[in-house]
Design a protein around this ligand. Structure first.
Ligand SMILES: Nc1ncnc2c1ncn2[C@@H]1O[C@H](COP(=O)(O)OP(=O)(O)OP(=O)(O)O)[C@@H](O)[C@H]1O
Ligand SMILES: [Mg+2]
Length: 112
């Protein structure tokens, strides 16, 4: 099951996401929590320590996704690495075993 939360600023998206992630993990479900906010703070809401948060690395799209175009010209995105490997390389396992990833944050300095 995949759940995505979006909506009005300050309405409680991060708090509810983190609480649900920990509840599912405690009940024995494999749980991945993915922060896609440009100002990411899901990790701290999940209760990760500052050391764990520092280990989180933004996942570069080109490292995990590939665009494929079918015979009719329709493009779609596909994972090119096993998800477990993405968690190992970029993520952190937080309290209750929640596997945490962040999709935003600076990769490096650049123009614009
Ligand atoms: N059910 C609730 N009752 C009271 N306060 C809450 C509740 N849920 C969240 N809050 C508080 O509301 C504030 C905003 O919550 P949160 O950061 O989860 O919202 P958000 O939608 O993720 O915000 P943003 O749009 O900035 O990412 C926080 O201070 C949080 O502690
Ligand atoms: Mg938020």
């Amino acid at each position: 099951m995949r759940i995505a939360l979006a909506g009005k600023g300050g309405s409680g998206k991060t708090t509810i996401s983190a609480t649900m992630a920990r509840m599912f993990a405690r009940r024995g479900y494999t749980t991945n929590a993915l922060d896609d906010d440009p100002n990411p703070n899901l990790a701290s809401a999940l209760g990760l320590t500052s050391d764990m948060i520092e280990r989180l690395k933004r996942v570069p799209r080109e490292d995990i996704l590939e665009e494929r175009v079918d015979d009719e010209g329709h493009a779609s995105l596909h994972m090119i690495r096993p998800f477990d490997q993405v968690i190992t390389d970029y993520g952190v396992i937080g309290p209750d075993g929640v596997q945490t990833l962040t999709m935003t944050g600076l990769i490096g300095a650049g123009k614009g």
